[in-house]
Every structure is written in structure tokens, then in C-alpha cells.
Design a protein around this ligand. Structure first.
Ligand SMILES: Nc1ncnc2c1ncn2[C@@H]1O[C@H](COP(=O)(O)OP(=O)(O)O)[C@@H](O)[C@H]1O
Ligand SMILES: [Mg+2]
Length: 361
């Protein structure tokens, strides 16, 4: 394993920020830490980098123990085999592009010939060869981001750490850079921890996603697994747009779980806890169909708002006391009474009490 984190605990004062998290990342694997602002993503990354000292736990990087609270080991950041890209890029304005990228080699006192070779190669990999002698002050945001990436990879680290590296770029550049980061990471074949609060970034880039909440890992799995079978409403909401409908679970039924809406209508879901009682039915906005589909679950509501998104619409539909988002290319007007359909396969029952996942259909 390239990265091993075990029972990591970090506190600031009497506030526990990281509450005993554990995970492992294999060589070549890209794993995202995904969660809302303040859940402890950056703190976790900084603990791995050695920029924060945890209260407890164990961290190994490329088979080297870099932190072990019980053995009293805490290796300096510069002796950890990592490259890191900060949210702010942390480019030194008074240095040239070349010297910014050379920095990790200079502090490791590598000979000039090696610095020349490695910096040249790193700049070529991020497409900045022509900029090597520029002052860093002359760079655009996107170019600064590339300098930060080149600096992270220049010493061929075993592990790469990214902290929201795209958040300061505009939308178009963000999409392009996202694809480039994935390509580069594949080429380098290094274990990578990628911190983000952006669901689309995490889903598109990751081999595996760790969904964090209040300093713990709530769920981990492939993008398909956390998106398709979230453990609870929090995870469902963090990994993608989600609609929640309050329901009462009746019990197991052929084909899944049966539940009823407040108005008494029946809903069949593919899976979820079968314990009778209050729960939430979760349906993604792109899985709700405007119109009556025979044999599917059907809801009746009224369109409150329509937004044109180019090629399709986003509708806000009032169904009972709930408000559902629907993505559809079908035409309807605000105020229209509509039927919404969805199949059981596109509906998951989530327990309202997230601990209650005992019996699943
Ligand atoms: N140096 C610090 N001193 C005190 N509290 C901090 C410090 N750094 C972070 N925190 C707190 O720790 C929590 C997690 O922060 P952070 O890891 O930056 O979250 P994220 O990156 O997920 O947005 C936040 O509540 C933040 O206010
Ligand atoms: Mg952060």
C-alpha cells in the first residue's frame, strides 16, 4: 500500500476535527475525500503531508512509517515522499517558473544537472516548457496551477496530494484541467489523494471516493457504488443531486421495498431497509420522468418553476409538502398539473435514522 492511515485523530483545542479515520490507498489509485466545507478534508491531507501533528494514529507512505503516536514517530514534511498541490497554489511571486518548480529539489540538495533534467521534464508534462524563464507574476491562474502541479511531481514522489486544485479556475478551464490531472496521474501511476467538495469532480476523477462528514468517513466505495447505493441521505446528497420524499415503509415486497406516501399512494423501491416506519425515498432528478409511464411509480404534482439549462429544463415540482427537482427535455409550463414517473430501480429507501441499516431487501 502506498498510503496507510489508521485511527487518525486531530483536535484543535477541545474540538475533535478528525475522529479516528482509517483508509489505505494502493499504488496508482486516485481516491477522493469528498464532503462539505469544514468536514476535515484539508486537515486529513495536512496530517499526511506532515504539516499538522495528529493527536493519535498511524500514517505510512510508501512503506515508511511517517507518523506513529504510540512509537513517538513524526517525520518532517520534507522527508515524506509526497508532492502536494495546495488550494492557493502557493507559488512564490519573486521566483521564476523554473525556480518555483525546482524548489523541492533544491531543499533536497540535488545537483544542478539533475535539477535541470527533472524541471525540464516536469514543465513539459504540464505544457509549460516555453514559460520556464518567466516571472511567476506574469502567469494566469491556469498557468499558476500548472506550475503548482509541476512542482508537486518534479521529485517523482510516491504519493500526490491535491487540495481542491481546480476551485480557483473558471468552469471551462476547470473541466479541461480535470481531464489533464487524470491523464497525468495515470501516466505517473502514483497513489493520489484528491480533496474536493465538488461531486462532479469526485465522480469523474476517482477510482474510489471516501465521503466525509464531521471528521469521520461515512461511506467509501467506487463512484458508481456511492452514487447508486448511498448509505444515508447525507451521502446521497453529497455525491449528486438528490430528491427526498418522506414515506412510510410497509415492508419487503417482491422486487424490493414497499412504502406509502402521505396521501396513501404506494411506492416500490429497488432496495433499502424493510423495517416498517418512517423513511425517505431518494430519486435522482434525471430519473424522474415528466408524464405517466405505465407500470412505474407515479406521483402527482404541480410545476412551480422552470429553468432552461440549454437542451433540457430543470423543473421544480410540488408533490404534497415535498419539492422535487426534475431534469427533462419535455416541455411543460409553470402552473401545470403533472404526473411524475420513476421505476423501482431508480428509487432507494433511506432510513431517517442513519444507524438503522439492519435488514435490507
Ligand atoms: N488551525 C486551526 N485551528 C482551529 N481550527 C481549525 C484549524 N484548521 C482547521 N480548523 C477547523 O477544523 C475543521 C475542519 O477544517 P478543514 O479540514 O479545513 O475542512 P475542509 O477542508 O473539509 O473544508 C473546521 O471546522 C475548521 O474551522
Ligand atoms: Mg479544505
Amino acid at each position: 500500500m502506498s498510503i496507510i492511515v489508521r485511527d487518525l485523530v486531530k483536535r484543535y483545542g477541545d474540538k475533535t476535527i478528525i475522529d479516528g479515520i482509517s483508509f489505505e490507498i494502493a499504488q496508482g489509485e486516485l481516491v477522493s475525500l469528498l464532503g462539505p466545507s469544514g468536514c476535515g478534508k484539508t486537515t486529513t491531507l495536512r496530517c499526511i503531508a506532515g504539516l499538522e501533528t495528529p493527536e493519535a494514529g498511524f500514517i505510512a507512505i510508501d512503506d515508511m512509517v511517517v507518523f506513529d503516536s504510540q512509537a513517538g514517530i513524526a517525520v518532517e514534511p520534507y522527508h515524506r515522499d509526497i508532492g502536494m498541490v495546495f488550494q492557493s497554489y502557493a507559488i512564490w511571486p519573486h521566483l521564476t517558473v523554473f525556480e518555483n518548480v525546482a524548489f523541492p529539489l533544491r531543499i533536497r540538495r540535488r545537483p544542478n544537472t539533475e535539477v535541470e533534467t527533472r524541471v525540464t521534464k516536469a514543465l513539459a508534462m504540464v505544457g509549460l516548457s516555453a514559460f520556464r524563464d518567466r516571472s511567476s507574476q506574469q502567469l494566469s491562474g491556469g498557468q499558476q496551477q500548472r506550475v503548482a502541479v509541476a512542482r508537486a511531481i518534479v521529485h517523482a514522489p510516491a504519493v500526490l496530494l491535491f487540495d481542491e486544485p481546480l476551485s480557483n479556475l473558471d468552469a471551462k478551464l476547470r473541466d479541461q484541467t480535470r481531464a489533464e490531472i487524470r491523464k497525468l496521474q495515470r501516466e505517473l501511476n502514483v497513489a493520489t489523494v484528491y480533496v474536493t467538495h465538488d461531486q462532479a469532480e469526485a465522480l469523474s476523477l476517482s477510482d474510489r471516493i471516501l465521503v466525509m462528514r464531521d471528521g469521520v468517513i461515512r461511506q467509501q466505495g467506487t463512484p458508481e457504488a456511492v452514487y447508486g447505493t448511498p448509505l444515508d441521505a447525507f451521502v446521497a446528497d453529497v455525491v449528486g443531486p438528490a430528491n427526498f420524499l418522506p414515506v412510510t415503509v410497509v415492508g419487503a415486497a417482491s422486487g424490493g421495498v414497499e412504502a406509502t406516501l402521505a396521501g396513501g399512494e404506494h411506492v416500490l423501491a429497488a432496495f433499502g431497509p424493510t423495517t416498517p416506519g418512517p423513511a425517505n425515498a431518494m430519486i435522482r432528478p434525471d430519473r424522474l420522468v415528466l408524464g405517466a409511464v405505465p407500470g412505474a411509480n407515479q406521483l402527482h404534482g404541480r410545476i412551480r418553476q422552470r429553468l432552461y439549462l440549454g437542451g433540457h429544463f430543470e423543473y421544480l415540482v410540488a408533490v404534497g409538502s415535498a419539492s422535487l427537482r426534475v431534469l427533462s427535455s419535455a416541455m411543460a409550463a409553470e402552473g401545470d398539473s403533472v404526473t411524475l414517473s420513476f421505476t423501482a430501480a431508480d428509487c432507494i429507501i433511506l432510513a431517517t435514522d442513519t444507524q438503522e441499516t439492519s435488514s435490507w431487501a
